[in-house]
Design a protein around this ligand. Structure first.
Ligand code: 48F
Length: 263
């Protein structure tokens, strides 16, 4: 083994991290939350050529995938999600009726791997605590290191983007920032409904989209914001919701670029 200089090891971390940080302080798309819907959205957006940054408050990305159902680490998906898994090289096994089993670790690791390989940068231990709004449009998020936010007198900083996706699951953190200031229409319901797997899965896919100019929703934050039913331990809707919102965001960012070019 070659001899190693501890200071050079530290400098390698510092240079690499801060180069990335500097590059991503302004992105095309910021995705808050690295659960299944956020990671799928990140993958498809990066594949479409956009600069995509994921901010995740925990140490490990993957959100609710790791625990499967009741801490049994198997994720279940329905038929409709299998082509997406195949596209990403994540294996699934047909089990019962229209249901397929996926190893939860393979699903979490596979979604992370594909997103990173497509060019996504993930900053973990990064908690979003607020939003930036200019001219009635969400233009960025206010972030701090996890465990510092709210605990120590340290100011956060801002990451800006053309579009921001709230993929924070049941918490719908960015939506709550708007809601508590009365910035969302009262027609936007505040409650997730009781469990109904079929209706819940359809809801998070059909209703994934923009909820406020510049702020988009995917996955469980769709149900938490718009009042859809919860669906329990089935993940196909989360994956398809991420894909659907990615297509809508990519189209919106491209339309905006065209408008600016012709203006
Ligand atoms: O909850 P999560 O997995 O979101 P999802 O993509 O998928 C939901 C499913 O896991 C599961 C289901 C429905 O029953 O099938 O619930 O909608 O992932 C959300 C991610 O957001 C992170 C959180 O740590 C998790 O990894 N997160 C939450 N709040 C913040 C955050 C925050 N303030 N800043 C950054 N990340």
């Amino acid at each position: 083994m070659s001899s190693l200089d501890e200071v050079e090891i530290s400098k390698t971390i510092l240079c690499t991290y801060h180069e990335r940080f500097l590059d991503r302080i302004a992105s095309d798309v910021i995705i808050v939350g690295a659960g299944p819907s956020g990671l799928v959205a990140a993958y498809f957006l990066a594949k479409s050529g956009l600069k995509v940054t994921v901010l995740e408050k925990r140490l490990a990305p993957g959100g609710g995938i790791w625990g499967g159902g009741m801490a049994m680490n198997v994720a279940v998906v329905q038929d409709e999600a299998v082509p997406l898994l195949d596209e990403m090289g994540i294996r699934s096994q047909p089990r019962r009726a229209n249901l397929h089993a996926v190893d939860a670790v393979e699903l979490a690791a596979g979604l992370c791997w594909k997103a990173l390989q497509a060019g996504v940068i993930v900053f973990n231990l990064t908690t979003c605590e607020d939003v930036c709004i200019r001219n009635q449009r969400l233009t960025g998020v206010v972030v701090n290191r996890t465990n510092i936010a709210g605990a120590l007198p340290v100011d956060p900083i801002v990451f800006s983007a053309k579009a921001v996706l709230d993929a924070t699951g049941h918490e719908a953190v960015l939506v709550q920032c708007l809601r508590r200031r009365g910035l969302l229409p009262t027609s936007v319901s505040a409650q997730e409904g009781p469990m109904h797997a079929t209706a819940g899965e359809a809801f998070v896919v059909d209703r994934a989209g923009e909820v406020f100019p510049g702020l988009w929703l995917s996955g469980m934050s769709v149900a938490a914001t718009l009042g859809g039913p919860r669906m329990g331990p089935i993940f196909g809707g989360m994956l398809l919701s991420g894909k659907r919102v990615a297509e809508a965001i990519a189209a919106a960012v491209s339309d905006e670029q065209d408008r600016q070019t012709t203006a």
